[in-house]
Design a binder for this molecule. Structure first.
Ligand code: ADE
Length: 244
Protein backbone atom coordinates (compact mmCIF):
# COMPACT_ATOMS: atom_id res chain seq x y z
CA UNK A 1 0.00 0.00 0.00
CA UNK A 2 1.09 3.56 -0.60
CA UNK A 3 -0.36 5.92 2.00
CA UNK A 4 -0.10 9.68 1.45
CA UNK A 5 -0.03 11.87 4.56
CA UNK A 6 -0.36 15.64 4.16
CA UNK A 7 -0.08 18.46 6.64
CA UNK A 8 -0.03 22.15 5.82
CA UNK A 9 2.94 23.37 7.86
CA UNK A 10 6.38 22.09 8.77
CA UNK A 11 5.39 22.11 12.46
CA UNK A 12 2.60 19.66 11.64
CA UNK A 13 4.89 17.11 9.92
CA UNK A 14 7.77 17.39 12.40
CA UNK A 15 6.24 15.00 14.95
CA UNK A 16 5.97 12.36 12.21
CA UNK A 17 9.58 12.94 11.19
CA UNK A 18 10.67 12.56 14.81
CA UNK A 19 9.71 8.90 14.41
CA UNK A 20 12.87 8.52 12.32
CA UNK A 21 14.72 8.49 15.61
CA UNK A 22 12.04 6.54 17.47
CA UNK A 23 13.45 3.79 19.64
CA UNK A 24 10.07 2.11 19.58
CA UNK A 25 10.69 -0.31 16.69
CA UNK A 26 6.97 -0.65 16.15
CA UNK A 27 6.98 2.86 14.78
CA UNK A 28 10.35 2.68 13.07
CA UNK A 29 10.57 4.67 9.85
CA UNK A 30 12.95 2.84 7.52
CA UNK A 31 14.69 3.47 4.15
CA UNK A 32 14.21 7.12 4.21
CA UNK A 33 14.39 9.16 1.03
CA UNK A 34 13.44 12.78 0.40
CA UNK A 35 12.18 13.74 -3.06
CA UNK A 36 11.91 17.44 -3.93
CA UNK A 37 9.14 18.18 -6.39
CA UNK A 38 7.38 21.46 -7.28
CA UNK A 39 8.69 23.25 -4.22
CA UNK A 40 7.79 20.59 -1.66
CA UNK A 41 9.73 17.77 -0.02
CA UNK A 42 8.05 14.36 -0.20
CA UNK A 43 9.44 12.05 2.48
CA UNK A 44 9.32 8.45 1.25
CA UNK A 45 9.20 6.13 4.21
CA UNK A 46 9.07 2.34 4.47
CA UNK A 47 6.82 1.49 7.36
CA UNK A 48 5.79 -2.03 8.36
CA UNK A 49 6.19 -3.28 4.80
CA UNK A 50 4.18 -0.42 3.28
CA UNK A 51 5.11 2.98 1.97
CA UNK A 52 4.17 6.30 3.50
CA UNK A 53 4.71 9.47 1.49
CA UNK A 54 4.68 12.38 3.95
CA UNK A 55 4.66 16.03 2.92
CA UNK A 56 3.66 19.48 4.08
CA UNK A 57 1.88 21.40 1.38
CA UNK A 58 2.30 24.99 2.64
CA UNK A 59 -0.87 26.70 3.72
CA UNK A 60 -4.01 27.35 1.70
CA UNK A 61 -6.28 25.60 -0.75
CA UNK A 62 -4.14 25.94 -3.89
CA UNK A 63 -1.05 24.54 -2.19
CA UNK A 64 -3.04 21.71 -0.64
CA UNK A 65 -4.72 20.79 -3.94
CA UNK A 66 -1.43 20.67 -5.85
CA UNK A 67 0.14 18.53 -3.14
CA UNK A 68 -2.77 16.08 -2.92
CA UNK A 69 -2.79 15.72 -6.71
CA UNK A 70 0.97 15.15 -6.74
CA UNK A 71 0.73 12.50 -4.01
CA UNK A 72 -1.83 10.63 -6.06
CA UNK A 73 -0.73 11.19 -9.66
CA UNK A 74 3.05 11.24 -9.28
CA UNK A 75 3.69 9.14 -6.19
CA UNK A 76 0.79 6.68 -6.48
CA UNK A 77 -0.88 7.32 -3.11
CA UNK A 78 -3.83 4.94 -2.74
CA UNK A 79 -5.31 6.95 0.10
CA UNK A 80 -4.67 10.42 1.49
CA UNK A 81 -4.71 11.27 5.19
CA UNK A 82 -4.59 14.88 6.39
CA UNK A 83 -3.15 15.66 9.81
CA UNK A 84 -2.99 19.11 11.36
CA UNK A 85 -4.58 21.78 13.50
CA UNK A 86 -7.83 23.74 13.27
CA UNK A 87 -9.73 26.56 14.88
CA UNK A 88 -12.81 25.56 16.87
CA UNK A 89 -16.21 26.88 15.91
CA UNK A 90 -18.24 24.54 18.10
CA UNK A 91 -17.76 25.77 21.69
CA UNK A 92 -17.64 22.13 22.84
CA UNK A 93 -14.29 21.78 21.05
CA UNK A 94 -11.38 22.76 23.31
CA UNK A 95 -7.70 23.22 22.53
CA UNK A 96 -6.10 19.80 21.98
CA UNK A 97 -9.41 18.07 21.11
CA UNK A 98 -9.43 15.89 18.01
CA UNK A 99 -12.02 16.22 15.28
CA UNK A 100 -12.44 14.01 12.22
CA UNK A 101 -14.24 15.64 9.31
CA UNK A 102 -17.58 14.05 8.42
CA UNK A 103 -17.98 16.56 5.58
CA UNK A 104 -15.83 19.39 4.23
CA UNK A 105 -16.83 22.62 2.50
CA UNK A 106 -15.22 25.81 1.18
CA UNK A 107 -16.54 28.72 3.22
CA UNK A 108 -14.94 31.36 0.96
CA UNK A 109 -16.42 30.10 -2.31
CA UNK A 110 -19.20 32.48 -3.27
CA UNK A 111 -21.30 32.54 -6.45
CA UNK A 112 -24.44 33.50 -4.56
CA UNK A 113 -24.86 36.31 -7.13
CA UNK A 114 -26.14 33.56 -9.45
CA UNK A 115 -28.60 32.20 -6.92
CA UNK A 116 -26.41 29.33 -5.70
CA UNK A 117 -25.74 28.53 -2.05
CA UNK A 118 -22.44 29.55 -0.43
CA UNK A 119 -19.70 26.99 -1.09
CA UNK A 120 -21.37 25.64 -4.24
CA UNK A 121 -19.27 24.68 -7.26
CA UNK A 122 -21.16 24.19 -10.57
CA UNK A 123 -21.05 20.46 -11.47
CA UNK A 124 -19.84 19.89 -7.93
CA UNK A 125 -21.31 20.02 -4.45
CA UNK A 126 -21.10 22.09 -1.29
CA UNK A 127 -19.98 19.22 0.97
CA UNK A 128 -17.48 16.46 0.19
CA UNK A 129 -17.45 13.35 2.39
CA UNK A 130 -14.42 11.35 3.51
CA UNK A 131 -14.14 7.60 3.07
CA UNK A 132 -16.57 5.71 5.34
CA UNK A 133 -14.20 2.81 6.03
CA UNK A 134 -11.44 5.15 7.16
CA UNK A 135 -13.96 6.85 9.48
CA UNK A 136 -14.90 3.46 10.95
CA UNK A 137 -11.24 2.52 11.45
CA UNK A 138 -10.55 5.91 13.09
CA UNK A 139 -13.44 5.35 15.50
CA UNK A 140 -12.00 1.92 16.37
CA UNK A 141 -8.58 3.48 17.07
CA UNK A 142 -10.21 6.06 19.35
CA UNK A 143 -12.25 3.40 21.19
CA UNK A 144 -9.30 1.05 21.63
CA UNK A 145 -6.97 3.76 22.88
CA UNK A 146 -9.63 5.49 24.98
CA UNK A 147 -9.19 8.75 23.06
CA UNK A 148 -12.13 11.05 22.46
CA UNK A 149 -12.48 11.63 18.72
CA UNK A 150 -15.16 14.13 17.82
CA UNK A 151 -16.67 14.20 14.36
CA UNK A 152 -18.17 17.11 12.49
CA UNK A 153 -18.23 19.45 9.53
CA UNK A 154 -14.96 21.22 8.73
CA UNK A 155 -15.04 24.47 6.76
CA UNK A 156 -11.99 25.44 4.71
CA UNK A 157 -10.97 28.81 3.32
CA UNK A 158 -7.94 30.90 2.42
CA UNK A 159 -8.30 32.91 5.59
CA UNK A 160 -7.00 32.59 9.14
CA UNK A 161 -10.17 33.38 11.06
CA UNK A 162 -9.66 35.43 14.21
CA UNK A 163 -13.00 37.17 14.20
CA UNK A 164 -16.09 36.12 16.18
CA UNK A 165 -18.44 37.58 13.51
CA UNK A 166 -16.89 35.65 10.62
CA UNK A 167 -16.76 32.55 12.79
CA UNK A 168 -20.47 32.84 13.62
CA UNK A 169 -21.31 33.39 9.96
CA UNK A 170 -19.44 30.20 8.99
CA UNK A 171 -21.17 28.28 11.79
CA UNK A 172 -24.61 29.43 10.71
CA UNK A 173 -24.03 29.11 6.97
CA UNK A 174 -22.32 25.69 6.93
CA UNK A 175 -23.17 24.21 10.37
CA UNK A 176 -19.39 23.86 10.69
CA UNK A 177 -17.69 22.62 13.85
CA UNK A 178 -14.13 23.62 12.97
CA UNK A 179 -12.26 25.77 10.50
CA UNK A 180 -8.97 25.45 8.67
CA UNK A 181 -7.31 26.26 5.36
CA UNK A 182 -6.69 23.04 3.39
CA UNK A 183 -9.06 20.15 4.15
CA UNK A 184 -11.78 20.78 1.57
CA UNK A 185 -9.17 21.27 -1.17
CA UNK A 186 -7.64 17.87 -0.44
CA UNK A 187 -11.13 16.41 -0.17
CA UNK A 188 -12.18 17.79 -3.53
CA UNK A 189 -9.06 16.50 -5.32
CA UNK A 190 -9.39 13.04 -3.76
CA UNK A 191 -13.11 12.92 -4.51
CA UNK A 192 -12.53 13.78 -8.18
CA UNK A 193 -9.71 11.22 -8.46
CA UNK A 194 -11.68 8.54 -6.55
CA UNK A 195 -9.05 8.16 -3.87
CA UNK A 196 -10.20 7.54 -0.26
CA UNK A 197 -9.28 10.30 2.16
CA UNK A 198 -9.60 11.24 5.81
CA UNK A 199 -9.11 14.64 7.46
CA UNK A 200 -8.07 14.86 11.10
CA UNK A 201 -7.47 18.06 13.05
CA UNK A 202 -6.53 18.87 16.62
CA UNK A 203 -7.81 22.21 17.89
CA UNK A 204 -5.20 24.96 18.27
CA UNK A 205 -7.47 27.99 18.88
CA UNK A 206 -11.08 29.17 18.92
CA UNK A 207 -10.98 31.36 15.77
CA UNK A 208 -11.65 34.38 18.02
CA UNK A 209 -9.75 37.51 19.04
CA UNK A 210 -7.10 35.36 20.79
CA UNK A 211 -6.72 32.99 17.84
CA UNK A 212 -3.34 34.20 16.56
CA UNK A 213 -1.83 34.05 20.05
CA UNK A 214 -3.33 30.63 20.84
CA UNK A 215 -2.31 29.27 17.45
CA UNK A 216 1.34 30.15 18.07
CA UNK A 217 1.13 28.77 21.60
CA UNK A 218 -0.56 25.45 20.80
CA UNK A 219 0.49 24.66 17.20
CA UNK A 220 3.25 22.28 18.29
CA UNK A 221 1.24 20.49 20.96
CA UNK A 222 -1.90 20.06 18.85
CA UNK A 223 0.17 18.95 15.82
CA UNK A 224 1.59 16.14 17.96
CA UNK A 225 -1.87 15.16 19.22
CA UNK A 226 -3.00 14.86 15.60
CA UNK A 227 0.10 13.01 14.32
CA UNK A 228 0.01 10.54 17.23
CA UNK A 229 -3.58 9.66 16.45
CA UNK A 230 -2.84 9.48 12.73
CA UNK A 231 -0.08 6.92 13.28
CA UNK A 232 -2.61 4.87 15.26
CA UNK A 233 -4.88 5.03 12.24
CA UNK A 234 -2.04 4.07 9.89
CA UNK A 235 -1.35 1.01 12.07
CA UNK A 236 -5.05 0.14 12.00
CA UNK A 237 -5.19 0.52 8.21
CA UNK A 238 -2.17 -1.79 7.84
CA UNK A 239 -3.64 -4.38 10.26
CA UNK A 240 -6.97 -4.24 8.46
CA UNK A 241 -5.23 -4.64 5.09
CA UNK A 242 -3.33 -7.71 6.36
CA UNK A 243 -6.60 -9.37 7.33
CA UNK A 244 -8.39 -8.77 4.04
N1 ADE B 1 -6.11 26.70 11.51
C1 ADE B 1 -5.98 26.74 12.83
N2 ADE B 1 -6.68 27.75 13.36
C2 ADE B 1 -7.28 28.38 12.33
C3 ADE B 1 -8.12 29.50 12.22
N3 ADE B 1 -8.50 30.20 13.30
N4 ADE B 1 -8.53 29.88 10.99
C4 ADE B 1 -8.15 29.19 9.90
N5 ADE B 1 -7.34 28.12 9.94
C5 ADE B 1 -6.91 27.72 11.14
Amino acid sequence: MIIGIISAMVEEVEPFLDLKEAEDMLHYFDHYEDVRYAGRTYHHINYRGHKIVLVYSKIGKVNAALTAATLIEKFGAEMVLFSGVAGAIDPALKIGDLIAATQLCQHDLDITAFGHPYGYVPEGKVYVEPDRELMVLAKKVADEKGIELKAGIIATGDQFVADPKRKEWIRQTFQAHAIEMEGAAVASVCDDLNVPFFVLRAISDAADMDAAFDFDEFLKHSSKVSSDFMMGLVDKIIDDHAQS
